[in-house]
Design a protein around this ligand. Structure first.
Ligand code: SF4
Length: 539
């Protein structure tokens, strides 16, 4: 099979397709987006017509993947780390119902928060759910581990988490492919109660999950992805997890450090392997990307007189990405820093694109609110997407951003407390993701608020993906109970400014639930669409 140059996300995507996956369910979110995007274009996925459209959110994605697994087919759900919070309910329960056809839950973490509202380590979720977790250290492992994950998943009838990080997801390397496997035949679970979580069954399943933990640990002891590299200088032993293994190798090679290294890429942690490794070393340095999961576990698992260093005692900072410099400093060496970054790649604060429709929406909103608020007073609850950049000058239009869908519910809570006017700003894709249930709360309580659904006809921030509510916003709002005359569609253009301000004021004055939909296509997707059209016409 030929070698491909692939991003970590793409290597995993090609891996699941080649390992016989029948369907991928995902919601876009950096750094995981490219997994689904690759599968949507992958010739083998097209040829097999595997399921590859976006889901409304991460929760529905996991539930849909569990449904496909029920039929005996191999499947994958995929999201970024904060998306796993949205999917936490089905994710935790999927460990109980297990898998029939193999189920991989891919979660891409974003240490250093390059494009995220928090920094969290998904390995904790895998440990919490008591399922195996694979943490590839390079693109080849991303690919190979897809095969391994499905075997493990089907052997133990459990979902398996694949944890990636930004640096791996978005860097490219050569990947050797294997022969493609056939998809599984449709085959329902032998135990017809396997996917039934009535308390009586759930208790039994929980016991079973606990009972198989030693087997999962044994799998990690014998995993081809966990290994020890001997070293002559046992004054220090380095435990390097997943991607951090590369940083350790770069630093130790540079300084000719001959410390033994234990690489961990399969969890639960291989306890016997660690015990032996620790016995043979005077001190231990734990290098892991994310939070100190392994370090914390070691502190409870090995002799008290063994000195363990890592993120907990200040050898590394508790936050931010790992890199070879940090490892070098922890080893007592000079940093590996080379020349500084050239000016062209530094200091580029995020900003709305020139011509972005949100700019006109925010200008109108700012103007409309002038009659209600004094300068500096805060009333606009926002959400996650390009429009979050409306917080920045010169717009200064929004005041909060908590999580996907929270603009509507936060504005409702504030309105319930008596705040007037209460304004929620949410994107069209985000509304489909998790804004709809908040709207239902508002309708039920006849809350006095204005919800602005910024409709740019795409999921803009992650690069212009489709979303499930496209073309249906008015119908959804109306169907959910918003009065038709208070669903107002406006066009966010400067020539419509006065008219749009007037609509906003009218709906602020209306006592009840109003929905205003400023509708104009994202300039990025529009440009791409026009280019593609021209290309097509030129043929
Ligand atoms: S990508 Fe689209 S929606 Fe996002 S800032 Fe640019 S124009 Fe606006």
């Amino acid at each position: 099979m030929k070698k491909l140059m692939l991003l970590g996300d793409e290597a995993l995507a090609q891996g699941v397709v080649d390992a016989g996956c029948s369907g991928v369910f995902a919601y876009p979110g950096t750094p995981s987006t490219e997994v689904m995007e690759y599968i949507q274009k992958c010739p083998e996925a097209l040829q097999r017509d595997i399921h590859r459209t976006w889901s409304s959110n991460e929760k529905t994605a996991v539930e849909e993947a569990v449904g496909m697994s029920y039929t005996g087919k191999r499947t994958m759900s995929c999201m970024k780390h904060v998306g796993l919070n949205v999917a936490a309910d089905p994710f935790m329960n999927s460990a109980f119902v297990g898998a029939n056809g193999g189920h991989i839950v891919t979660v891409a973490d974003d240490p250093s928060m390059h494009s995220s509202q928090n920094e969290q380590d998904s390995r904790f979720y895998a440990k919490f759910a008591m399922i195996p977790c694979l943490e590839p250290s390079n693109q080849q492992e991303c690919y190979d581990m897809a095969f391994h994950a499905y075997e493990l998943s089907e052997k133990y009838h459990l979902p398996v988490m694949m944890r990636l990080e930004t640096r791996l997801s978005h860097s490219r390397s050569g990947v050797q492919r294997r022969e493609m496997l056939a998809e599984n035949e449709l085959k329902l679970p032998e135990d017809r109660n396997q996917f039934m979580l009535l308390p009586a069954f759930a208790r039994r399943k929980y016991k079973h999950l606990i009972e198989i933990q030693p087997d999962l640990t044994e799998e990690s002891e014998n995993s081809p992805y966990n290994w020890v590299e001997e070293g002559k200088d046992s004054s220090l032993g380095i435990i390097a997890c997943g991607l951090a293994y590369n940083y350790v190798k770069e630093a130790t090679t540079r300084y000719n450090c001959e410390y033994p290294i234990l690489k961990i890429s399969q969890y639960p942690i291989p306890v016997k392997m660690i015990e032996k490794f620790v016995d043979d070393c005077e001190k231990i340095l734990v290098v892991e990307e994310g939070q100190p999961l392994v370090e914390e576990m070691l502190k409870g698992a090995i002799p008290k007189n063994t000195k363990i260093t890592g993120r907990l005692n200040g050898a590394f900072t508790r936050d931010g990405e790992m890199d070879p410099n940090k490892v070098a400093v922890a080893l007592g060496k000079e940093t590996l820093s080379g020349k500084g970054l050239p000016e062209v790649v530094t200091g580029r604060p995020p900003a709305l694109c020139v011509g972005c429709p949100h700019i006109d929406s925010y200008k109108s909103l700012n103007e409309a609110l002038k009659s209600y608020v004094e300068d500096g007073q805060r009333y606009v609850f926002s959400d996650i997407g390009c429009y979050t950049l409306g917080f920045l000058p010169p717009y200064n239009s929004i005041n909060t951003c908590l999580d996907m869908g929270a603009s509507i519910t936060m504005a409702k809570g504030a309105a319930d407390a008596g705040l007037f006017p209460a304004i929620a700003v949410i994107g069209d894709s985000t509304f489909s993701h998790s804004g709809m249930t908040g709207l239902l709360d508002c309708i039920y309580d006849k809350t006095n608020l204005v919800i602005i659904i910024l409709d740019n006809s795409t999921t803009g921030m992650t690069g212009g993906q489709d979303y499930t509510g496209f073309g249906k916003l008015e119908a959804i709002c109306s169907g959910m109970g918003v009065e038709k005359e208070h669903i107002r569609v406006i066009t966010p253009l400067s020539r419509q400014f006065e008219e749009n301000v007037q609509v906003l004021k009218e709906e602020i004055e209306y006592e009840g639930v109003s929905v205003i939909i400023p509708r104009r296509e994202c300039v990025q997707t529009m440009t791409r669409r026009m280019r593609a059209k021209k290309k097509q016409e030129a043929k």
